[in-house]
Write a protein that binds this ligand. Structure first.
Ligand code: CP
Ligand code: NVA
Length: 308
């Protein structure tokens, strides 16, 4: 049994195997209806709990569909409807759920909630996003990059905007998959320095460049995300918009990257804030492939967690 809590704490060989298996499972389904069962049914007889303490479209639907394609059953639980949201401890919730289900995916606020769930559950726990990281998203993004452009090792990835949870998992992936990472954004929204240092110690370049045009110079992949995340106070909205506007991904910025550079955004997006519609719908954008690949990547993650 293995928890999937973060990319930096998962063995690089295991991460690589998950990406390769995701790609093989995706290939094997080509031409099938979305609801068709996979030829292999490794989750047959298994129950998956999907807990959400924050809103979700992609994570919710892709985990639910993915578990079913693998032959499993699912239940989607809202944190606020559970006793968890009314004072029952995370530890007790973890121990109770472990008596009913074979796998738990949780989207929550504090990372401590995820870690406590993993500590007390006797079944695998998957991180479906915390305030700090979003590893499932970046597994899908690595799969997406490699489908379009081949190995991500040695490439230059540029993150522009808020150094948030999705950015953190991209930095983790830089160290584990061996690509170079540049952050460009205002100093108040820098990613955690420890994450950048950890990537450097794994032998890749991880740098901050305040000038977005210089940062994107020669990029193979340009990535951004919403300027205000679900855990950010709405009162921060106006200040963040003012701070982040210079880091918008528009056609002028993309023109500084390599001509075949890809553009990614985990979605949901605020069109014409962090990225223009011209870029989001342009020839370099792979945003909907990323969304689809959540499904394939997470099927491989669930199989790895259960060792099946
Ligand atoms: N990208 C992502 O995790 O989307 P949802 O919030 O819709 O799950
Ligand atoms: N950074 C965003 C990602 C949403 C998928 C948030 O946490 O709201």
């Amino acid at each position: 049994m293995s928890h999937f809590l973060d990319i930096n704490t998962t063995d690089p060989a295991a991460l690589r195997a998950m990406i390769d298996q995701a790609r093989a499972m995706k290939d094997a389904r080509r031409g099938q209806p979305k609801g068709a069962s996979d030829a292999d049914q490794p989750l047959a007889g298994r129950m998956v709990a999907l807990i959400f303490e924050k809103p979700s479209t992609r994570t919710r639907v892709s985990f639910d569909v993915g578990a079913r394609q693998l032959g499993g059953q699912t239940m989607v639980l809202s944190g606020s409807d559970m006793q968890l949201g009314h004072g029952e401890t995370i530890a007790d919730t973890a121990r109770v759920l472990s008596r009913y289900v074979d796998l738990i995916m949780i989207r929550t606020f504090e990372e401590a909630t995820l870690l406590e769930m993993a500590e007390y559950a006797s079944v695998p726990v998957i991180n479906g996003l915390t305030n700090r990281t979003h590893p499932c998203q970046i597994m899908a993004d690595v799969l997406t990059y490699e489908e379009h452009r081949g190995p991500i090792r040695g490439r230059k990835v540029v993150w522009t905007g808020d150094g948030n949870n999705v950015c953190a998992s991209f930095i983790h992936a830089a160290g584990q998959f061996g690509f170079d990472f540049t952050f460009t954004g205002p100093p108040t929204l820098d990613p955690e320095p420890g994450f950048m240092e950890e990537a450097r110690q794994k032998g890749v370049t991880a740098v901050i460049e305040r000038d977005p045009a210089k940062a994107v110079d020669g990029a193979d992949l340009v990535v951004t995300d919403t300027w205000v995340s679900m855990h950010d106070p709405q009162s921060a909205r106006e200040r963040r918009h003012n701070q982040l506007r210079p880091y918008q991904v528009n056609e002028a910025l993309m023109a500084r990257a390599k001509p075949d550079a890809l553009f990614m955004h985990c979605l949901p997006a605020h069109r014409d804030d962090e990225a223009t519609s011209a870029v989001m719908d342009g020839p370099n954008s792979v945003i909907f492939d990323e969304a689809e690949n959540r499904l394939h990547a997470q099927k491989a993650i669930m199989r790895w967690c259960l060792g099946i």
